[in-house]
Design a protein around this ligand. Structure first.
Ligand code: SAM
Length: 236
């Protein structure tokens, strides 16, 4: 099968951005990251070798960050050497692609409180990727993350809790750099099933405004129903 690789240059993504790639496979351009651990799969994603480099296809139906890229994300601060604090690691699908992107000189601090998924995350992802520091803690208690050192460039929050915006703000206050980026996944149904999803997103954005400059809001349909990604920048 013929496969081609391109780095996509579009919208306001920097011209030299090589954080993720578009690989032409089976007649379609698909999103991918360069595999930090060649030969290692995380969620049965397809591995493709091109010019001696192995790439992992990045499924937008499985990762809301990939869905955001598909739906026109304008800001991509995940770069080689970046430090990220990720709340709601789950089994590590998205964390693994961020780990590919930040590379061996970057760090992903990955917080997950549910012991069953955390065990899967450790066995299948964190064990193989030395740039991931797993933190088995409740995101409501950021003071108990003893392994986070310094401040991070990007905070990514996907914990699907009704009070997640406040939890996220508390974490940003402790760990996000001045003018750092904040990616918040809003699952409208986990906040209030009876309200109009659009209104819920607006209400959550209002809570952010005192501390963050809102940059972009992305509806993740059709990859994820009832989800939005809000990208903002910490004011100080
Ligand atoms: N971000 C993941 C991905 O893209 O692969 C999916 C995250 S899933 C929607 C939400 C996760 O947040 C679950 O694994 C859940 O256990 C975790 N979570 C929920 N509340 C949490 C809390 N208070 N502290 C830490 N993790 C939490």
């Amino acid at each position: 099968m013929k496969e081609e690789i391109q780095t996509k240059r579009e919208r306001s993504l920097e011209d030299d951005n090589q954080s993720f790639f578009w690989i032409k496979t089976e007649g379609q351009e698909k999103l991918a990251t360069e595999n930090l651990v060649p030969g290692n799969q995380v969620y049965k994603e397809k591995l493709i070798i091109k010019r001696g480099i192995e790439y992992r296809l990045w499924d937008p139906f499985r990762s809301k960050l990939a869905a955001s890229i598909m739906n026109g994300l304008d800001y991509f601060p995940f770069e080689n050497k970046s430090q990220i604090l990720y709340l709601g690691a789950s089994t590590g699908t998205t964390v693994s692609h961020i780990s590919d992107i930040v590379g061996s000189n970057g760090i992903v601090f990955a917080v997950e409180h549910a012991s069953r998924v955390a065990r899967d995350f450790l066995d299948r992802v964190a064990t193989y990727r030395k740039n991931i520091i797993p933190i088995l803690q409740d995101a409501r208690k950021p003071k108990e993350y003893f392994s986070v050192f310094g401040k991070v460039d990007v905070m990514y929050v996907d914990i699907a809790q009704p009070d997640q915006t406040q939890i996220a703000i508390d974490n940003c206050e402790m760990f996000l750099k001045k003018r750092g980026y904040f990616f918040l996944v809003i699952k409208t149904r986990s906040i209030d099933v009876t309200k109009d999803p659009k209104r819920i997103v607006e209400e959550e954005i209002e809570k952010l405004k005192p501390r963050f400059d809102i940059l972009q809001t992305i509806n993740l349909h059709p990859y994820d129903k009832d989800h939005a990604m809000v990208i903002s920048k910490f004011k100080n």
